[in-house]
Ligand binder design. Structure first.
Ligand SMILES: [Fe+2]
Length: 264
């Protein structure tokens, strides 16, 4: 079986994720046990917010984690989850964000309330102007309806941005609207990456991917799942462009929509 690469998690114990390095090591072991070979750690950078580490501090902490995890067979690379908020523009202009190690890709999130101000588009334009390739984190959290989410994500994709949804959004028991949006984004070929967004050692925010890989494979097909879980994560590591999942024939799409509605 091919190994997985997780591009969004809070394993580094410097934000609201792992409480300490002991938690970090348990999360990494959990990842190895479920066939994850590489993690890009993505601690929050919230400009002037509760979690606002410098890039230097993150890099120092990553070195520390690598040293502590040297007996766990997993590759640890750096990254960050940069939040666009009212204070983010000077951070962007001074390049106070951390792209994924060896790449120009940056994971970008928004606070829900700021979504409807022109602020986000301005920030994304500014980041693109810096040569950043943008991955939008968990859009399923930001919208009040499926239609709104799908149409906005389609516009972002046209703009050249990529979309990442969370493992937990595909699991029953979590927020039903987020789950509905996440599955509809998959149906509309608007998802490039699925990541754990792991914060905890156990529960829905664990550092595991294989369960949702199997779920996506079952409902959308093997080649569809391969693009999201393997082709695109490999291309990210290589700093290459990411692929879109393939359109499904309209007749089959109707059946698939029904299946998703009934079983997901
Ligand atoms: Fe996150």
């Amino acid at each position: 079986m091919s190994r997985f690469i997780d591009i969004h998690n809070h394993v580094l114990p410097i934000d609201d994720g792992a409480k300490d390095y002991r938690d970090s090591l348990r999360m990494l072991q959990d990842a190895v046990d479920s066939h994850i070979s590489t993690v890009f750690v993505s601690p929050h950078i919230i400009p002037n917010g509760k979690y606002c580490p410098t890039t230097e501090f993150i890099l120092k902490e990553v070195i520390k984690l690598k040293e502590m995890a040297k007996d766990i067979p997993i590759e640890i690379k750096f990254g960050s989850e940069f939040q666009v908020n009212a204070d983010s523009m000077p951070f962007i202009q001074n390049k106070q964000y951390l792209c994924y190690e060896g790449t120009d890709y940056l994971l970008v999130e928004f606070s829900r309330t700021s979504l409807y101000h022109g602020l986000i588009e301005d920030a994304l334009d500014e980041l693109s102007g810096n040569g950043v390739k943008i991955i939008i984190a968990h859009p399923e959290r930001y919208f009040e309806s499926v239609e709104e989410a799908v149409s906005k994500c389609k516009r972002w994709i046209k703009h050249g941005y990529y979309i990442q949804i969370n493992r937990s959004s595909l699991i029953k028991g979590n927020n039903p609207l987020q789950r509905k949006i996440a599955y509809n984004l998959l149906l509309e070929n608007c998802v490039h990456l699925i990541a754990s967004d792991a914060h905890r050692v156990s529960g829905p925010r664990r550092l595991v991917l294989i369960d949702v890989f199997n779920k996506v494979k079952l409902f959308f097909g093997k080649s569809f799942a391969e693009i999201i879980f393997h082709t695109n994560t490999t291309n990210l590591v290589l700093n290459k462009e990411l692929s879109s999942t393939k359109s499904i024939k309209s007749g089959y799409k109707f059946v698939q929509r029904l299946v998703v509605r009934l079983f997901c």
